[in-house]
Design a protein around this ligand. Structure first.
Ligand code: SF4
Ligand code: MG
Length: 285
């Protein structure tokens, strides 16, 4: 199989210049690499929320599931519990994950659900034409904030570190190969993997020049990815002030038992998983 087999014939309706193209290209490359190593394509599931990012479900020729707004993460976690043999990738937007679905994001990290969450963080609601989100910068003038956003943005990586995520990384939609590496690391990590992608919205909030001037790649020795304090210090380096540097790469990675391993039914013996599900359903008729 090559990467082009993974793309569906659906017409692509993202705007020209949208950062979603880069994300799609690199998740395709990462999936092609994993399937090329022998992991069956039919055991990969892509779950998406609602928003411009969610169209990625239409563009892939693999198992996909469109969840409702803000609810992609519990769907992904539930799929993984029901069938731990699957590799579950969950694409969400910043409105999806940090506003409507914030509680789900926090609890999936807390539980160490073995899923890979990829946030297309364009710092705006693109599909609904430009309202502010929890990561829009103070002063952002969008459709719902013509006078400028009066609040400061949240730092999602810091939130994920505090919530218990066992793998935390950041990429940028115009840095393709590092993004592929981030996706591969996330998919190979056993536990909750959080990957924030700074995604260009070419139409409603184009931050290309700003990111190009401020991002840098974490190098070997810049950070101890197994140390909470080291990760926190580097995560806080970008305080959303105009001149602060923005680190890209892996900030944190530790091992911890996953939600699926600790799930009561699994502890009782998941060998007959289908039987357990059948008994459960019959008991609730
Ligand atoms: Fe991409 Fe923004 Fe267009 Fe949505 S509105 S497709 S995020 S460029
Ligand atoms: Mg968005």
């Amino acid at each position: 199989m090559n990467g082009s087999d993974l793309i569906s014939p659906a017409q692509n309706t993202w705007c020209p210049g949208c950062g979603n193209f880069g994300i799609q290209h690199m998740i395709k490359a990462a999936i092609a690499e994993i399937t090329g190593e022998g992991f069956p394509r039919e055991r990969i599931v892509m779950v998406t929320g609602i928003g411009c990012h969610g169209k990625i479900a239409d563009y892939f020729n693999i198992n996909t599931y469109y969840a409702i707004h803000g609810r992609a993460i519990p769907v992904a976690a539930g799929i993984k519990v029901a069938n731990p043999d699957l590799k579950v990738i969950c694409h969400v937007g910043d409105g999806d994950a940090y506003a409507e679905g914030l509680d789900h994001l926090v609890f999936a990290a807390k539980r160490n659900a073995d899923i890979t969450v990829i946030v297309h963080d364009n710092r705006v609601y693109g599909l609904t034409t430009g309202q502010y989100t929890p990561t829009s910068p103070a002063g952002f003038k969008g459709r719902s904030t013509p006078e400028g956003v009066p609040e400061h943005p949240i730092n999602p990586l810091e939130l994920m570190l505090a919530s218990g995520a066992t793998h935390i990384a950041r990429g940028y939609s115009r840095r393709l190969q590092p993004m592929k590496q981030a996706f591969l690391e996330g998919m190979r990590h056993r536990g909750f993997s959080f990957i924030e992608i700074l995604q260009i919205c070419a139409t409603y909030f184009n931050l290309t020049d700003y990111y190009n001037d401020h991002v840098y790649d974490l190098a070997e020795g810049d950070i101890d990815t197994g140390d909470y304090e080291s990760a926190l210090a580097t995560i806080r380096e970008w305080d959303y002030s105009a001149d602060a540097p923005i680190a890209l790469g892996t900030f944190y990675r530790v091992g911890r038992p996953t939600f699926e391993e600790n799930f009561p039914a699994r502890k009782e013996g998941m060998e007959d998983r289908e039987g357990l599900i059948r008994d459960f359903l019959q008991g609730h008729r």
